[in-house]
Design a binder for this molecule. Structure first.
Ligand code: GLC
Length: 487
């Protein structure tokens, strides 16, 4: 079986969010599952892709890609990494800019890319059985396939899958784009139109054989207006092709036993796990400039997140006084909206000994924070899957999350009586519900008596978190089943 992933970002080449991590892992996981699969990935050749990769790419050929009334140049480059071939599509007008998104012509840029994905097959000779597109940036490719390529050899039986990583972003533009820029007419025009706009994600929902979200709970949630960002009608009408498969994480790269950033390394089987976690915590507190307590142990709560409304930063800001009134320390690492950055700076100024906001992108520090923290707070308003709660659990940082989307599917509330569960949860998007969950989590922690029930709970919930199975293998199997069901 031949599978081609089309994506606007992919680790290790370019990343703005979890989409890049998924595209960096799922193709490899499929290949490991079944080495006879031919899995390839195609992405734009952005200016931001590091020179070392550019130097190693080979030029395969070029082609002009018709889009509406224009013909646009497209160079095709290839690069092999760990058994996967990556194709990079070059057009300097569209992609030689700093950054990936946020330009006035993003609609045209990614319509071009989506069309170029199909057109470039004539250069590479790689016609997949399944074209797997991701989010709005590539969602219109299945519609272009139907509108312009279906009758040509190579494309006739090609099937399509659309993954929805975040339904908030839909590629919505003025509807003149559909005919004037994308060149679509007739029924294809209607498929790209939604509520009077161009909607590239909706085009993908219409044209793809399967629509897969990144967790089963999110697949249910987006059938309702609270979560659907206006797409509930079309999703309910196309429910027959909608499902959810939870993402995994890279267990090799994220292993507290051999990650070089983590001192000392630790494993769930260590008899002195708590002491090693404490050593990691002291180290990270020192780096952050927060005081370390030698007499009593204070839990460190971490948030590592994009600072957007999706992530529930508003709840934290609303309840921060009550949280920080307790004997806790908190670190937030992330970048994002200015209003959140400035609110966090203000909290830091008010609680300099207890709270630290690191408002920059620092991968090495993030590993240390996962390893050094006791709890990981993620009160998302919505969360299609969420990867950081899984990373946190792997590093023994117990999640405190809102029961939504992938958080609901990966974090099981801890029950002391049964010793089951791997985190603490709350239901409503409400600051006081979140506060209650934080208090429940911390209550377990503060026990000084090492033979007490709550101290045992503290250790059990941490171990449960560390042993939860977030490997890609399970999910890759499910994707493969979906592919087989359509071809
Ligand atoms: C988006 C979602 C996140 C998900 C990721 C990868 O970033 O917001 O929940 O984990 O995509 O699928």
């Amino acid at each position: 079986m031949k599978i081609l992933f089309a994506t606007s970002e992919c680790v290790p080449f370019v990343k703005t969010g979890g989409l890049a991590d998924v595209l960096g892992s799922l193709p490899k996981a499929l290949k490991q599952l079944d080495p006879t699969l031919d899995v390839r990935v195609v992405l734009p050749l952005y200016e931001d892709i590091p020179q070392k990769y550019r130097d190693a790419m080979r030029f395969i050929g070029s082609k002009y890609v018709p889009l509406g009334y224009k013909n646009n140049y497209c160079g095709v480059f290839a690069f092999d990494l760990e058994g996967i071939t990556y194709y990079f599509l070059d057009n300097e007008f569209f992609f030689k800019r700093g950054g990936l998104y946020g330009f006035f012509d993003d609609g045209e840029r990614f319509a071009f890319f989506s069309k170029a994905v199909l057109e470039s097959m004539q250069v590479t000779g790689f016609y997949p059985d399944v074209l797997h597109v991701n989010d709005w940036q590539t969602a219109i490719a299945p519609l272009f396939l139907d509108a312009f390529y279906r009758l040509t050899d190579g494309y006739k039986t090609m099937k399509t899958v659309l993954s929805v990583h975040n339904i908030e972003f839909q590629g919505r533009m003025d509807k003149y784009c559909i005919d004037h820029i994308f060149g679509l007419s007739g029924r294809f025009y209607s498929e790209a139109e939604y509520k009077g706009d161009t909607n590239m994600l909706k085009a993908g929902i219409e044209a793809s054989n399967k629509v897969i979200t990144v967790s089963p709970s999110y697949a249910e949630e987006i059938l309702y207006p609270y979560y659907s960002y206006g797409l509930e009608n079309i999703l309910n009408a196309r429910k027959f092709k909608l499902s959810g498969i939870v993402n995994g994480i890279d267990l090799e790269k994220n292993n507290p036993e051999n990650n070089k950033n983590i001192v000392p390394p630790f494993s769930v089987n260590d008899s002195d796990l708590e002491a090693k976690k404490k050593a990691n915590k002291d180290e990270v507190l020192k780096i952050l400039g927060l005081e370390t307590d030698t007499k009593k142990e204070v839990p460190l709560i971490a948030m590592i997140t994009r600072l957007t409304h999706q992530k529930g930063i508003d709840l934290f800001i609303a309840a921060h006084h009550e949280i920080l009134k307790q004997d806790v320390k908190i670190v937030v690492l992330g970048t994002g909206e200015w209003k959140y950055e400035s609110a966090l700076r203000e909290i830091e100024a008010t609680y300099p000994a207890k709270f630290k906001a690191v408002l920059s992108f620092q991968p090495n520090l993030s590993d240390k924070i996962y390893a050094g923290s006791d709890f990981f707070l993620m009160p998302s308003k919505f969360e299609p899957c969420g990867l950081s709660q899984m990373l946190a659990m792997r590093y023994g940082s117990v999640p405190i999350v809102r029961e939504t989307g992938g958080l609901k599917d990966t974090v099981v509330p801890y029950v002391s009586a049964t010793k089951e569960g791997n985190g603490f949860t709350f239901k409503t998007f409400d600051a006081y519900d979140m506060l209650d969950a934080v208090k429940r989590a911390v209550a377990n922690y503060v026990a000084v008596d090492k033979t007490s029930k709550s101290y045992l709970d503290r250790i059990t919930v941490r171990k449960n978190a560390m042993t939860a199975d977030f490997s890609w293998t399970k999910s890759a199997k499910k994707y493969l089943e979906e592919y087989k069901s359509i071809i």
